[in-house]
Design a protein around this ligand. Structure first.
Ligand code: PEP
Length: 259
């Protein structure tokens, strides 16, 4: 039996109105799901309420795409951890590359976000990953080490902390990393977690892969023992693709598909 349950997180980004998101959530609820894989859905903030209602009592978790660094106050347009908690959110993305790129957010911001989430008992899904130029320059390990520094202020991991390794060059491009690349980086990340928090926490921490995961490449990616599931954008917007990804995540790891 696997030590870590697999998890698929659907990141719907800024793509669906609340009505359309609720309809898609109902379609996912209606389909058969393998019992051995966890599923979470991260719609836009305005859709949280309606998607949360559709997911209620189904075992599918409600996730959010971001949280603000402050607890509360005069921060027009921002959303706090306590608001997300009240909306029924369990898991929150932190450090997605689109926020790094478009909003200039950096590790000190992610540290504060994870602090806010921890105060409210919400689990962070911390996204890390290198750009194409960083990989080509052989800097992937350095980049990940710097990104892990967002956890410097934590003597114990934020409860529920999960990682998503998302190479920036693979997100939304159709160019997924190979199973071998992903397995190698996940092992590197797990070693970094072990140095920080000890081997037993490292062994039980889930590390997802994200970046152009599709029904075609998921069986190979999920065959890697180091891959504990996926953070999925595009393919998570199509119910039959989500069903295929869940089936791939439920299959036993073989390592045989390494390429
Ligand atoms: C993402 O949004 O985190 C992502 C990995 O997107 P996609 O699956 O579309 O590459």
């Amino acid at each position: 039996m696997r030590v870590r349950r697999r998890l698929l997180v659907a990141n719907w980004k800024m793509t669906r109105t609340p009505a359309a998101a609720a309809a898609l959530a109902r379609a996912l609820v209606a389909m058969a799901r393998p019992a051995e894989v966890d599923l979470a859905i991260a719609p836009s903030f305005p859709a949280l309420d309606r998607v949360g209602a559709a997911l209620s009592g189904t075992g599918i978790a409600l996730a959010a795409q971001d949280v603000y660094v402050e607890k509360e106050g005069a921060f027009t347009g921002e959303v706090s951890a306590s608001m997300l908690k009240d909306a029924g959110v369990a898991l929150v993305l932190v450090g997605h590359s689109e926020r790094r790129l478009l909003r200039g957010e950096r590790e000190p911001d992610f540290a504060r976000k994870m602090e806010r989430l921890t105060e409210e008992g919400l689990a962070p899904l911390y996204c890390v990953g290198e750009t194409r130029a960083e990989r080509d320059a052989g800097r992937t390990a350095d980049v990940l080490r710097n990104q892990l520094a967002a956890l410097d202020g934590f003597s114990a991991p934020p409860p529920g902390l999960t990682f998503a390794y998302e190479p920036v060059w693979a997100i939304g491009t159709g160019l997924a990393a190979t199973p071998r690349m992903v397995g190698d980086v996940h092992a590197l990340l797990r070693a970094g977690i072990a140095v920080r928090f000890g081997p037993s926490i490292a062994a039980s921490t889930r590390i997802l892969y994200g970046g152009s995961v599709s029904p075609g490449n998921a069986p190979g990616l999920f065959a890697e023992a180091e891959v504990d599931g996926g953070l999925v954008g595009g393919a998570s917007l199509v119910a039959k693709d989500v069903a295929a990804l869940l089936a791939a995540a439920a299959a036993p790891t073989t390592g045989a598909a390494r390429a």
